[in-house]
Design a protein around this ligand. Structure first.
Ligand code: NI
Length: 378
């Protein structure tokens, strides 16, 4: 597949975005391109997503590359000639670019298979946008247990084409979700003395939850508590029975994460009690923070400079990513690839400059090839 064909592949994916766990067409298209090139596929038993494997002719190590397939429920507002043809669905996070890039890397590795040492496993993951569901299902197949280093790609609109973002340590947060429902006693709005009003209790809770960050977390340990949804009552003259809120906790460290969770739960119970209400507190953990391995970042940076890329530190973000599931198997790096556009991902006007594609595919192929050949102590 030449550069033109790879860009056409990307544009076709962009035209036909599919949401998490629905990546049937995308999977079929990638599968066809891989099998046409004679690349072996592992049987994941999953309805969408793929694992390709390229086995070298000499002994070496097992290296994993990972991309994601799914799009977002967003109505595209770009003027691209290959804009989404699916109403309300859009590749607004560049996963079409990631998929095309890792396909390109797979084809390059296949071409050089006889020179390759070790094994490269390339994961085309379903459902990155669905919490941990996508990566957990792939990891649970056990087919990646022998991988010794993992590398993931993500597009980055704030770097120009030709720049890679590589940074050691935490680069993506753990995106957790919580909800609280307060139970009081409803009454006529003119008779508050007959009610246990959950609305002022909810207001106190909204205020109180912020102290988990401002008073309990170390200022040098980033943490976010956002209450994004609030609900109480259905009429102006009725005190409701219940009031509820939902939100997210973002942390870069599992210790801080556990502390915030404990504080929110304690605040919910004690503030509810202070107002005569009871609280139902729920907390759902998302993926762990993504922690890039420092020594492998140095490896990635060295290859980037040798390959003619500029290297920048990526901006810190409290966004979440389920690549951390693979990092429970082995160390790795989440590499940002500059794709220009300067509009945030998950925005209807987000774009990726496909000019970044050929060099990015070459980079990940070279990274996998060199690391599969690497012998410790060399
Ligand atoms: Ni993404």
């Amino acid at each position: 597949m030449d550069t033109g064909a790879l860009i056409a592949f990307f544009e076709d994916l962009h035209r036909h975005p599919e949401l998490a766990f629905e990546e049937v067409r995308t999977t079929a298209k990638v599968r066809r391109a891989l099998t046409d090139a004679g690349i072996e596929l592992l049987d994941t038993g999953l309805p969408t997503g793929l694992i390709a494997v390229i086995r070298g002719s000499r002994p070496g190590r097992v290296i994993g590359l990972r991309c994601d397939l799914d799009a977002l429920p967003i109505q595209e507002e770009t003027a691209l000639p290959y804009a989404s043809e699916e109403p309300g669905k859009m590749h607004a996070c560049g996963h079409d670019f990631h998929t095309a890039c890792m396909l390109g890397a797979a084809l390059l590795l296949k071409e050089r298979q006889k020179d390759l040492a070790g094994t490269v496993k390339i994961v085309f993951q379903p459902a990155e946008e669905a919490g941990t569901g996508g990566s957990r299902s792939v990891v649970a197949t056990g087919l990646l247990n022998d991988v010794e280093e993992f590398y993931a790609i993500h597009s980055y609109p704030y770097f120009n084409v030709g720049t890679l973002g590589i940074k050691e340590g935490a680069v993506m947060a753990a995106p957790d979700r919580f909800s609280v429902t307060l139970y009081g006693k409803g009454a006529h709005a003119a008779q508050p003395h007959d009610a246990i009003d959950p609305v002022p209790a909810l207001a106190a809770l909204i205020e109180g939850f912020q102290t988990a960050v401002s008073r309990n977390a170390d200022p040098f340990d980033p943490a976010v508590v956002t209450i994004a949804k609030v609900q109480a009552g259905t009429a102006w003259n009725v005190i409701p029975e219940t009031a509820a809120l939902e939100g997210t906790v973002r942390t870069l460290d599992n210790g801080v994460r556990a502390m915030i969770r404990r504080r929110l739960e304690a605040l919910a119970a004690s503030i509810a009690a202070a107002y005569g209400c009871t609280a139902d507190f729920r907390y759902a953990e998302g993926p762990d923070p993504v922690i890039n391995d420092a020594s492998l970042c140095a490896v990635c940076r060295d290859l980037a400079l040798r390959s003619g890329f500029q290297v920048d530190r990526q901006e810190d973000t409290m966004g979440g990513e389920d690549f951390s599931e693979y990092l429970k198997i082995c160390p790795g790096v989440f590499v940002r690839v500059g794709t220009g556009g300067h509009i945030a991902s998950h925005h209807p006007a987000f774009t990726v400059d496909s000019a970044a594609l050929p060099a990015a595919a070459e980079y990940f192929a070279a990274l996998a090839r060199e690391r599969a050949e690497y012998i410790k102590g060399e």
